[in-house]
Design a binder for this molecule. Structure first.
Ligand code: GLU
Length: 291
């Protein structure tokens, strides 16, 4: 009897804690009140990847590193400074590819910088600051692979990518002869490639260069071209609540300053070595969506 009561009390305590946690991160209507309000309140929840070296990585000691982590931190701190607020504390939230729009729509994050390509479909449910970086879809193969060297050579091969990502989508559209296996994360895709369960992996060159650099000598990155042009253009944006134009404007002002004063180049050099396959983009210019 005593035990049962104890269990009920414990269960009540868990429910109460969960309710407090929900209230703590929820604004009006159960969601974030927006990035600007969170900066003013002194704490922000930022979404990024946790398993992509050089871009968004949670290290063994719990610290965060990577280009997207540095860009997001810089953006938030510059907005805070401009508005006359202290630098907010940052809580990092893992945002896998397929969950990004939902996490923004539910208000569980104030913004997402997570190798997040801007495209028309996504722009129907979230708004984007940026683009801040341009990269292209590429292939990763094992270093001893000899039969894959181009888009065409993928026919009949087993390729992995990540659910909800633009590269997975593009492969399905353009290469119906390829067997596509979709994983939840790029790190599990990389393990499948290492173990020989798939023949190649495809996503942005930035991401593939990061995994390749992490395991020197194990993998080769191959560019993908169609008719002499890059197979895709991946314009990275910062996702925020749909139609929060004040936040989009503030992010773009910060991003433009970050690119113009050399901070972007420094962040690339710090995180991506020679920065192969990466160029700064034009924040605020979404004209590529019309093409
Ligand atoms: N940039 C692409 C995308 O947003 C691939 C990388 C990713 O899945 O995060 O889908």
């Amino acid at each position: 009897m005593k035990n049962t009561t104890g269990r009920i009390l414990a269960a009540t305590a868990i429910v109460a804690t969960a309710a407090t946690a929900l209230t703590a991160c929820a604004g009006s209507e159960g969601g974030s009140d927006g990035l600007l309000a969170s900066i003013e309140a002194g704490s922000v929840t930022l979404g990024t990847k946790f398993d992509q070296p050089g871009l968004g990585l949670r290290n063994a000691d719990g610290s965060m590193s990577g280009l997207d982590v540095d860009i997001a931190t810089e953006v938030v701190n510059r907005i805070a400074e401009k508005e006359g607020h202290a630098e907010p504390t940052i809580e990092w939230r893992e945002t896998p590819s397929a969950q990004r729009e939902t996490l923004i729509q539910n208000g569980e994050v104030d913004m997402i910088a997570a190798t997040y390509s801007i495209n028309a479909g996504r722009a129907e449910t979230v708004s984007f600051g940026g683009p801040y970086l341009l990269t292209h879809q590429a292939l990763l193969v094992r270093a001893d692979e000899t039969s894959i060297d181009s888009l065409e050579s993928l026919d009949g091969k087993i390729l992995c990518s990540v659910t909800g990502s633009t590269p997975a989508q593009k492969v399905k559209e353009a290469l119906p002869g390829v067997q596509l296996q979709e994983y939840d994360t790029y790190s599990s895709c990389t393990e499948a490639l290492r173990n020989g369960n798939v023949d190649a992996m495809t996503t942005d060159a930035t991401i593939l260069n990061g995994y390749s650099a992490q395991s020197p000598g194990d993998f080769t990155v191959i560019e993908m071209e169609k008719d002499g042009e890059p197979f895709t253009n991946e314009h990275y944006g910062i996702g925020v609540t749909k139609d929060d134009q004040a936040t989009v404007d503030a992010i773009n002002e910060a991003l433009n300053a970050i690119i113009e004063d050399g901070t972007f180049d420094k962040i690339v050099a710090d995180n991506l070595g020679d920065g192969q396959g990466v160029s700064p983009d034009s924040p605020g210019d979404l004209s590529f969506l019309d093409k």
